[in-house]
Design a protein around this ligand. Sequence first.
Ligand code: 8ID
Ligand code: ZN
Length: 348
Amino acid sequence: PIPKTQKAIVFEKAKGPLLTRDIPVPVPEPDEVLVRLLYSGACHSDLHAWKADWPFPFQYPLIGGHEGTGHVAAVGANVKGYKIGDAVGVKWVNGTCLDCSFCLQGADGNCPSARYSGFTHPGTFQQYCTVKAAHTARIPEGVDLAEVAPILCAGITVYKALKRTDAQAGDTIVITGAGGGLGSLAVQYAKALGFIVIGIDSGDAKRELFEELGGDVFVDFKTDDIVKKVIANTPNNEGAPAVVHVAVAEKAIESSLEYVRATGTIVLVGLPADAVTHSPVFPHVLRAITIRGSLVGNRQDTVEALEFVRRGLVRCPIKIVPASDLANVYTLMDEGKIAGRYVLDLNQ
Ligand code: 8ID
Ligand code: ZN
């Protein structure tokens, strides 16, 4: 039986208190699924939303969260293919029109009428949420629902970003922010795809995690000469053919212009507030480099990213905490102190 009310973490304004409230359980539209959520990852994008430090039309009161897992609790009248009890995930892209040119190209996040979990649609920091059936992710059998939660944003996003580097198996790739939520998954997808991985982050906890996850060379951005150490670890000291930035730091992007290999590709994923990419035109053209942005992933990327987890090639280094600990998680995240990912237990 579905209760009338549920617990949700709500904030009324930017940086406002994170209040646990009893609110109504939503009723699914004909093309929606109602999900009984058990777990939600806490992504740095949720922290950006709480701080409102992006030029994004945030709407309050807001229920954040966009990496949720649980079971189908109800299906809308027109939904086929899902039944009550199915293990499912909720992504950042919560619904799209399915008809525009972006949808047809599989650029789900760019659909002009897309709605986003935790940003423009009540997210996964609550016990029940609605999602368009077309954007509900199926969780493969045998996969742990807490452990898989971070795949629904972090995993999909870095898997897609790695594809967008156009790197080939055997290439050396740099991942900045390699010890954080996205980074710790990027390292594993990169290894599974056959890359040699140089990770940039700071401190023993992140270095140890990086090495445990199979990373090859760790560069500490606080104590190492970044450019020198990266170049020294690339074939013929030519520089890195591919870079994925998940660090929340403009500086990280700037220094990559100096260690990227001529003809190489830099993919921007992290979204530091007010950051600008300064790439002087002359070396940009003469060295023929590419700089591109990458936004989450589409439904097919989701299926593929989850398949790596099912096969045991990628695992999420998580710490599970009660949902009521979200404010502490945000503090630790702001201080750069989280190695891996925190996952909220939505029953606590
Ligand atoms: O679709 C997208 N583009 C997308 C999807 C999901 C998340 C973008 N994001 C964005 C988030 O909004 C955030 O800006 O990616 C960024 C990283 O999210 P996260 O992995 O959830 O954040 P984290 O766990 O806090 O990890 C960030 C890491 O960066 C390191 C920190 O030490 C931390 O481990 N870092 C920092 I801050 N400065 C660094 C630097 N200068 C750095 N690493 C290397 N060099
Ligand atoms: Zn996210």
